[in-house]
Design a protein around this ligand. Structure first.
Ligand SMILES: C[S@@+](CC[C@H](N)C(=O)[O-])C[C@H]1O[C@@H](n2cnc3c(N)ncnc32)[C@H](O)[C@@H]1O
Length: 319
């Protein structure tokens, strides 16, 4: 047994790790294997940029060594130094004892291959909209494209921007667009500002603090992107510890999860251009949304890891 449990003064179980002898773990692969064994043993949840213990372990080991994820395989058989060994083991053990998402431990996550700074002020980016921007808003004229020509998109709004990840992906996707991004959380906007700065997009992305559309006046957009809070009360009560380390404001969608989504659907028509459209992630509330808005021809979009959790609606259909 590598881990023995000990009760703390507060009655919580504090995992204690058996000493890893020097020379027992040698290569990057060895540390990934060790991490996977410990993660599975500790029954961690994986939902923050990785979806399984192997990917999570490879991410942590790679970040500890400042390796680009693309480089991991090439270096996997390489040995680590004593100092690196200490850093890696510390991260692996902190992932288990704190139950924080790995992204918070290294202040970084990747979305669609791009790195973003993150800390506890923002939810760790994992919106399905990132993939949908590639699959349905591409410039290669593929079937199912929802916007004819990405270069003609002039104004984009990212509502509930958090870390700014979707605003930044949108700025890359729609090269001629000016992007507005709104969040109600001061801390989230500080993180978003940092990411916008790191991508040198200050001239194209404007950040606003406020309640949904409130700070935007009469502005209208060709595209509104939003990944709002949409977890219902039952889901909130069942969040794993990893998600409880994230801001509650990012999840809490009220009793049925749709408090914010309803408001967005009601208010969006006043902020879309005639040919514009709204793409909105809603989690598992599809039936409820369909029931609440039977008159709306919502187009449900699937991704590699989701079915019917994001809808698209054209402004003309929104009323
Ligand atoms: C699910 S997170 C999405 C963050 C980011 N777009 C992403 O995909 O990673 C939802 C965000 O909405 C923000 N938020 C919650 N209620 C809001 C409101 N009424 N108006 C604006 N932002 C809100 C939260 O602070 C949080 O950053």
């Amino acid at each position: 047994m590598a881990r023995v449990a000990k009760k703390t003064a507060r009655g919580r179980i504090a995992p204690k790790f058996a000493k890893v002898g020097s020379g027992e773990l040698v290569t990057l692969f060895d540390f990934v294997r060790y991490a996977v064994s410990r993660f599975v043993e500790a029954e961690l949840a994986f939902a923050h940029g990785t979806t399984d213990p192997v990917a999570e372990a490879a991410f942590l080991v790679g970040e500890a060594l400042h390796l680009d994820p693309e480089q991991f395989e090439a270096f996997a058989p390489a040995r680590v130094t004593a100092a690196e060994r200490k850093t890696i083991l510390d991260l692996i053990h902190r992932r288990i004892t704190t139950r924080k998402p790995a992204a918070y431990l290294v202040n970084k996550t990747y979305m669609r291959g791009l790195p973003f700074y993150v800390d506890e002020r923002v939810i760790v980016p994992r919106s399905f909209i990132g993939e949908l921007l590639d699959s349905h808003f591409g410039s290669d004229g593929e079937a199912g494209a929802l916007i004819d020509d990405p270069t003609e998109v002039g104004r984009v709004l990212d509502l509930c921007t958090g870390s700014g990840c979707l605003a930044i992906l949108a700025a890359h996707h729609f090269p001629n667009a000016m992007v507005d991004a709104v969040d109600i959380s001061k801390g989230a906007l500080e993180v978003a500002a940092r990411n916008v700065g790191e991508y040198g997009l200050e001239e194209r992305i404007s950040l606003y603090r406020g309640d949904l559309f409130a700070p935007l006046g009469d502005n209208r957009y060709d595209l509104i992107i939003t990944n709002p809070p949409y977890v219902d009360a039952e889901g909130m009560a069942a969040l794993p510890p990893e998600c409880r380390a994230e801001p509650k404001l990012a999840f809490d969608g009220g009793a049925d999860g749709l408090n914010v989504v309803r408001r967005i659907l009601r208010e969006a028509p006043d902020h879309l251009t005639r040919d514009g459209g709204l793409i909105c992630e809603i989690g598992r509330g599809r039936e409820l949304v369909d029931e609440a808005f039977p008159e709306l021809p919502l187009l449900w979009l699937d991704t590699e890891d989701s079915e019917g959790e994001v809808f698209w609606i054209a402004a003309a259909d929104l009323g």
